[in-house]
Design a protein around this ligand. Structure first.
Ligand SMILES: *Cc1c(COP(=O)(O)O)cnc(C)c1O
Length: 403
């Protein structure tokens, strides 16, 4: 086989569909988020980032940076091993206690990313629970889908947020079987929020475990930033809350929070937890500072909500087709991959506004979009400039306006 020709053809396919991915080479400049330096073909210039998942700018927060400087001077760079073999340090232990307390659970467990947390926890639960059936929302994140597939468990996909459909599927499975329902609170690409209470109700009725991905909600919702389940007073009805340290908390890493017994089982059986080097202590120290800060401070959440609402209002008023949603995310529908890429290229080249195009398979074909993520650090001038830039492009390219 000519491997190289095969790989070239696979890439050409993506280019032809307008969804070949090009990474922007960004130098974030500590203290000036959301501004960054973009490097391209030997040149560099300042751009404003409008698509970061560092929703609150915590990746540059002074208390986070100070904690990281202190920890690196204290314990050095790497963890030095897996959690079991010399890699556990005081920062991991403290962070797990903090996360358990944040979510009102008995225990928590760290992973190297939210992706790994989902993949390895779901695949392990699905394998361990005898004759388990997993029910999965149709728009669940790839990391959950992979975990469910790798578990080998019987899987049923219910229509997005459709509790009646979920109920119908649950009612067809023998009552005695182990069941798990996997879903999200904030769905990151549409920005809508799952019917958590209703799903907990059917889970209780049919004796199913509930597994909630709060990746886009931790740090962001609830009085202490524990997520939508906290905001709605439902955290105690969720068996496993999964979160990331890589989005609103501004670093990297993932975790689950649950009962002490469930955490002990995952800690003891999950390959994606066991057979990998522990997170760098400096990351755990930074995350600990970030979580603690956002537990006691509402200023960042309130600021974000204000800028987000203002962004939605201004764009909608200007006829830009913002997809209606209740969360902090601002999706703008384009509906064509080539056009989406053209818009983001022009935003960058003409207006120094950086937004990454969102294409299949991240979203279904025909729903390609821009995904804007306002932060409390975007100024009124940043927003004026974003709106004017989009209006200019929408007019010149004669793009579809909102109805
Ligand atoms: C980003 C994301 C993850 C993965 O989290 P990482 O920490 O980035 O690996 C999991 N679930 C959802 C819904 C996500 O959007």
């Amino acid at each position: 086989m000519n491997y190289d020709a095969f790989f070239a053809e696979k890439l050409a396919q993506l280019c032809a569909e307008g969804r070949y991915r090009v990474f922007a080479n960004l130098e974030r400049s500590a203290g000036s988020f959301p501004k960054a330096i973009l490097r391209h073909e030997g040149e560099s210039r300042e751009v404003t980032i409008w698509c970061s998942n560092d929703y609150l700018g915590m990746g540059q927060h002074p208390s986070v940076l100070a904690a990281m400087h202190a920890s690196i001077d204290r314990v050095g760079a790497g963890a030095g091993g897996t959690r079991n073999i010399s890699g556990t340090c005081v920062y991991h232990v403290d962070l797990e206690q903090e996360l358990a307390s944040l979510h009102g659970k008995e225990a928590a467990l760290l992973f190297t990313s939210g992706y790994v947390a989902n993949e390895t926890t779901l695949s392990t639960l699905g394998k361990l629970l005898p004759d388990c059936v997993i029910f999965s929302d149709a728009l669940n994140h790839a990391s959950m889908i992979e975990g469910i597939i790798h578990s080998g468990a019987e899987k049923h996909v219910f229509r997005h947020n459709d509790v009646a459909h979920l109920r119908e599927m649950l009612s067809k499975v023998e009552p005695g079987r182990a069941k798990l329902i996997a879903f999200e609170s904030v769905y990151s690409m549409d920005g809508d929020i799952g019917p958590i209470k209703e799903i907990c109700d059917v889970a209780a009725e049919f004796g199913a475990l509930t597994y909630l991905d709060e990746v886009h909600a931790v740090g962001m919702y609830g009085p202490t930033g524990a997520g939508v389940a906290e905001q709605l007073g439902l955290a105690d009805r969720i068996d496993v809350i999964e979160g990331t340290l890589g989005k609103a908390f501004g670093l990297i890493g993932g975790y689950i929070a649950a009962s002490a017994r469930l955490i002990d089982v995952i800690r003891s059986y999950a390959p994606g937890f066991i057979f990998t080097t522990a997170m760098c202590p400096v990351v755990a120290a930074g995350a600990l500072a970030s979580v603690r800060h956002l537990r006691s401070s509402n200023a960042e959440r309130e600021g974000q909500r204000r800028v987000s609402a203002e962004t939605k209002r201004r764009l909608t008023d200007a006829g830009i087709p913002v997809m209606a949603c209740e969360s902090h995310i601002v999706p703008v529908l384009v509906g064509d991959p080539v056009l989406t890429k053209r818009i983001t290229d022009e935003l960058l080249e003409r207006h120094s506004v950086y937004v990454q195009p969102i294409n299949y398979p991240t979203v279904p074909r025909g729903t390609e979009r821009l995904r804007l993520t306002p932060s409390p650090l975007h100024t009124a001038e940043d927003l004026d400039h974003l709106v004017a830039s989009l209006v200019e492009i929408w007019g010149r390219l004669e793009l579809r306006k909102a109805a």
